[in-house]
Design a protein around this ligand. Structure first.
Ligand SMILES: [Zn+2]
Length: 308
């Protein structure tokens, strides 16, 4: 008996398997809790309530939680001032851990279901089970794991606000249109001396039919980090991760890349598939997402963090 325990311990040590487990069901409950609040669009009651919920949750597992407030004036109506808040949380503060990794996701949801097939729905706010809640859910669960299982590096989380207020796509930035990624742009513009080893952004990773090719800006700007993530996913046999470079997406990793932080976006472009779209529609609800999808992403993140 004693001998077999020793062998198991030796096996775990040599194979590096002793990484803490990620609980996809627990992460999914975080997704459901955010959606139970309702839409979390800027200046709405749900937005305010969700900010309190996320701050309270992060305070349970992080050494420090800061709120970075900012305002944004709508391009079409200057009377509309949006109150934005980036939630910045840290585990293992400096100088204890100078080596740091940043994990990010957006917590706001889109104020309009502008891609809904029913035109009557297009002015209504989306619930954002996948587009908003999924990435945040995985990060809340990761924070709990890192708190309970000591790690040698520092781990920072930023939940960006006002990601999904944009109107334009691609590289076109007419000044008359509201941009995407307002919160992450604000963070990047005001960042003076925080430069983690790298950053990983999660967006739309809850889709039941999860497909995670490599996003092009990530590949061009942070290739070593891309290789690390997708190679670990392959080792763990996570079928959603597909090492093929596909679409270029403007997301919260882009402002980080611009200030020199190697940043990768893990995102599912097709929700649920090439021919059907719940993206930016009222159909972006928890039943279209699954604990298994959060599990795959969480397992890979734990592997990446605990291999540093
Ligand atoms: Zn969106």
């Amino acid at each position: 008996m004693i001998h077999s325990v020793k062998w198991v311990l030796a096996f775990l040590f040599f194979t590096g398997c002793a990484k803490p487990p990620f609980d996809g069901n627990s992460a999914f409950q975080y997704l459901e809790k955010q959606c139970a609040i309702g839409p979390r669009a800027p200046n709405s009651p749900g937005h305010k309530q969700c900010l309190e919920f996320l701050t309270d949750e992060l305070k349970k597992s992080c050494d420090r939680v800061d709120l970075q407030h900012f305002t944004y004036t709508d391009k079409h109506d200057t009377n509309v001032k949006l109150l934005g808040t980036n939630i910045i949380a840290s585990i293992n503060l400096q100088p204890k851990s100078k080596k740091r990794v940043l994990l990010t996701a957006h917590w706001d949801t889109r104020p309009w279901a502008d891609k809904d097939p029913d035109s009557a729905n297009r002015a209504r706010p989306i619930l954002g089970a996948n587009d908003g809640a999924s990435g945040v859910a995985v990060l809340l669960e990761i924070a709990k794991i890192v708190r309970a299982n000591p790690i040698d590096i520092g781990v920072d989380l930023i939940l960006f606000d006002l990601e999904d207020y944009g109107e334009h796509l691609g590289d076109l930035y007419p000044d008359s249109l509201n941009p995407y990624c307002i919160g992450s742009e604000y963070f990047a513009k005001n960042n003076k001396n925080y430069f983690p080893l790298y950053a990983i952004n999660l967006d739309m990773i809850g889709d039941k039919n999860l497909d995670l090719p490599v996003e092009r800006n990530s590949y061009n700007g942070a290739r070593a980090v891309v290789n690390n993530i997708w190679d670990k996913a392959k080792k763990l046999e996570k079928p959603a991760f597909r090492k093929a470079v596909e679409l270029e997406i403007m997301d919260d990793h882009v402002p980080l890349l611009r200030i020199g932080i190697p940043a990768v976006n893990i995102i599912d472009f097709t929700y649920p598939d090439q021919n059907n779209g719940y993206h930016h529609t009222l159909a972006d609800t928890p039943d279209k997402c699954s604990p298994n999808s959060l599990q795959q992403v969480g397992d890979v993140l734990v592997e990446v963090l605990y291999s540093e």
